[in-house]
Design a protein around this ligand. Structure first.
Ligand code: SAH
Length: 330
């Protein structure tokens, strides 16, 4: 909801400040689908609010999915569209939210990268993705938020931080910082800024190769921030926060040779708080080729021999194109 417009509307009606707080509380509760349902407000006020404001800045165009994963195509007030994903597995109901409409980073394996960059999302549009899911699943609610949808969070960092403050606050969505994760393609100077914030928010870095040339070949941002710079920033983060840092590594045919395993082992084993998440590469039109089952097995054998600890993530939502890197709206 546009809170400044709400404030203006209430001021014009000369309503007391507690009304504002009451409506904001209703809004963040995720329990109302429209103003009309807020029966703790007078009928004329509900009517006035419905005429003046939209409760959410995102509106559902389509939704697909199954019990454990759902993907919604959401329209914004200027007609742009984003995707947002809901996951119900393990202990927490998770929202995978978008940070931008499209993405400027153009990683070759990622569907969002292929659609180009349209614009940054506002804090309101970020928070409203979570409230959209809360409305759907009420009386259950989202307990974990991952910034792993469309876009690069560190290129819209100010708005993400404003949104995170609302998501985190008692008066907002009340989701603990440890239940929030941000994933970056490797914007090294922002990793340092993030470390300096001294929060409990989790950080993941999309590594995908520990070889400079290979990484550059499918992640253009690697030319801007070299692996050496990225590693320095990651060491700084770990030194400053003493928190684990997660590296995402999607298994492709071109990053799973023995040499790739050696370089990856050197990278991950260089810091005891670096942790490796291996993920299967999800298929994307015009994207990269996934490692074959044989290539995967050999690569994992190499890593085992080199003493690298990792987790092999299952990928959710492939059947509805809601998995990592499959989010695109055109
Ligand atoms: N821009 C951020 C966040 C969005 S992507 C980032 O790059 O981290 C979320 C995760 O999905 C990243 O780890 C990304 O590298 C991964 N990803 C992108 N395309 C993928 C694909 N086709 N298969 C598997 N993972 C992919």
């Amino acid at each position: 909801m546009d809170l400044s417009l709400l404030k203006k509307t209430l001021d014009s009606l000369e309503l007391p400040a507690f009304r504002y707080r009451q409506i904001v509380k209703n809004y963040y509760s995720g329990r109302y689908l429209n103003f009309d349902q807020m029966t703790d407000l007078s009928l004329p006020l509900r009517q006035k609010l419905s005429e003046t404001l939209s409760l959410l800045s995102v509106s559902e165009k389509t939704i697909v999915g199954n019990e454990s994963t759902q993907k919604a195509l959401l329209e914004l007030s200027d007609g742009q569209k984003i995707e947002s994903v809901f996951m119900d597995y393990e202990d927490w109901l998770t929202a995978c939210v978008s940070s931008q409409v499209g993405c400027p980073l153009a990683c070759s394996f990622c569907a969002t990268g292929k659609m180009g960059f349209k614009r940054n999302l506002t804090p309101e549009e970020i928070v409203d993705q979570i409230l959209y899911w809360n409305q759907k699943i009420y009386p259950k609610y989202i307990g974990r938020v991952v910034f792993m949808g469309m876009g690069e969070p560190f290129l819209n960092w100010e708005n993400i931080l404003t949104a995170i403050n609302i998501i985190n606050s008692n008066e907002g969505l009340n989701i603990g910082a440890r239940k929030i994760s941000v994933s970056t393609a490797g914007v090294a100077d922002k990793i340092i800024e993030f470390a300096n914030l001294d929060t409990q928010i989790n950080l993941a870095v999309s590594l995908h190769s520990a070889d400079q040339k290979t990484r550059e070949s499918f992640m253009p941002i690697a030319k801007q921030y070299s692996l050496a710079q990225l590693k320095n920033a990651c060491n700084y983060y770990v030194g400053k926060t003493n928190r684990q840092l997660f590296f995402e590594y999607a298994l492709m045919d071109i990053n799973t040779s023995q040499n790739d395993a050696i370089l990856l082992a050197n990278f991950i084993n260089s810091n005891r708080l670096f942790f490796l998440n291996l993920i299967p590469l999800n298929s994307v039109d015009g994207g990269m080729t996934p490692a074959s089952p044989d290539q995967q097995k050999t690569f994992i054998d190499y890593l085992n021999k080199l003493g690298v600890e990792y987790s092999l993530r299952r990928s959710f939502g492939q059947d509805i194109s809601a998995a990592c890197g499959q989010l695109a709206t055109v």
